[in-house]
Design a protein around this ligand. Sequence first.
Ligand SMILES: C[S@@+](CC[C@H](N)C(=O)[O-])C[C@H]1O[C@@H](n2cnc3c(N)ncnc32)[C@H](O)[C@@H]1O
Length: 261
Amino acid sequence: MIKSIFFISLFINLFLVIVLNKKKIKKFINKKIIKTVNIEKINPIFKPRIISDNSKFPSKEHVTKMVLVHDEEYNVKGLISDYETWILAIMSKISLNIFEFGTCSGKTTYIMALNSPDNAKIKTITLNEDQASNLNFKSGESKSAYINSKNESSYKEFMFSGTSCESKIDFSFKNSMDLDIKDLKNKYDLIFIDGGHTYSIIKNDTEKALEMIKKNGYVFWHDYTPNKSSTKDVFKYLNSLSKKISIYHIKDTNMCFYKKE
Ligand SMILES: C[S@@+](CC[C@H](N)C(=O)[O-])C[C@H]1O[C@@H](n2cnc3c(N)ncnc32)[C@H](O)[C@@H]1O
């Protein structure tokens, strides 16, 4: 009898400890293992003008063409932050061949086209409604990432449609799982991975990107975010990949990058 009371009270105490520390436990399990760095670690182009010991200004390289969207009014899907967009805009200035997994509204594609050199080419792929409705949910993967992929695959027209930089953009509705990279190997200076966020898709897109990227080229990933159900597969995959290659998380963003040396 005393033994049973002991075990029941032990169980109740353990249960309470877990419930009361749920957040801390989750944080411990979903630990960020990728090193966080300042943008200057990406490329010297991010060096600011030093004004004084504790003050910096943007350099002339930091002037970019941007499109700012009033999110709540416009209801644009899949937006990345303005700071993340600015980082990709700067990287586009020094990139001739760019690839994007996941076009969505085409906002980032548009910014990359606006800021890249005149002879740059940007290839971007995304799903249409029919292709998204054929996606299969794989058990064990993030259900909300799967649902987001379906919801975000609704655009038939893009922010760059009808603009003067549209000619730089090679757009297609294509499932990245079917992307044949035979002729795309070692071709790209900059690859942005922001397509499907389920484990199998992020793994597929990354493995392909690592073959498609040129020497000295960069791969960027969006959504390295812990404790969020729609990004948990990206977080898990990038953590495991970072044990094999040098990936960095960029301070004040949800982005990571890798430079092929
Ligand atoms: C988060 S949004 C991309 C946002 C966009 N990069 C931006 O910065 O505005 C994700 C996009 O990935 C696309 N997508 C999801 N799974 C895909 C797949 N397997 N192949 C290609 N595109 C995919 C969806 O159609 C959706 O438009």
